[in-house]
Design a protein around this ligand. Sequence first.
Ligand SMILES: [Zn+2]
Length: 302
Amino acid sequence: MKFELKEHHRNICESDLISDLKEVACKLNKKYVSRNEYEKNGKYSATPYIRTFGTWTNALKIAGLNIERSPKDYKRIPDEMLLDDVREVAESLFKDSISTKEYIEHGNFSVQTILARFPSWNDVLEKAKLNKTSYRVITDEELFEEIERLWRQKGEQPTTTDIKSGLSEYSLNTYSRRFGGWRKALFAFIEYIDKNTETIDNVEKGEFIETDTGQEQILLEVDKKQLKKRTRRDINLRLRFKVLQRDGFKCCACGASPAKDPSVELHVDHIIPWSKGGETVLENLQTLCSKCNLGKSDLFEE
Ligand SMILES: [Zn+2]
């Protein structure tokens, strides 16, 4: 193939654009031509088409071509078509880079399909002529936080369908690569929740006292009243999930559940407000929906 730069036309008339698009379709023997396919085979870049017709789809319409890939085209999707779609999603969002999550929400193909062809998402972005996303390591803790959020939002165990439908901030691939699959990710999450770290997280260390014999002893039984605050105000992920689990992912006051009504938002809150001496422990925490939680804070003015 001869390498040459596309001619730089500022004002190409509509009919020239359309006839060249038709010609490419004819040459490729296709009823649908993607932007990348066109750029590889046509006289111009896709830009004057967008400028003249608003969208690539409009240009296809005017040229009398199909505006969607037929199911036949899906059978063996060429790499170019995948890249094309990534680029189109980025453009539709007015961005020069997109995340896998954004692609899952707006793209035509699955991220798994795309990542099976390319070594990484950054590689996909580069080949689609987009900017790479800044690389950041997502911690296990962040993934667990997200699983807890999904679980709370749904009021029941989140499924791969939820992740694929874009409910999660991270793609299914991220969970799978970290834990070896969605089920394994859930197992790891439950294991993390059940790990007993109460002593580290919530209870202050025992005090050391001098005894008559001069020996150091650890005073384990600290009078709780002597300690101003034994627990932190913020409810950590483990505790929050345990409260939700105990309460069956339902509001303790009105019984509302996101599993029945997706608009219900669950919160975990202190029964005796922390500011009034209430501890951040399982027994002093409850699940409330946002409506009941609002009503409650009027009463207590925490
Ligand atoms: Zn409620």
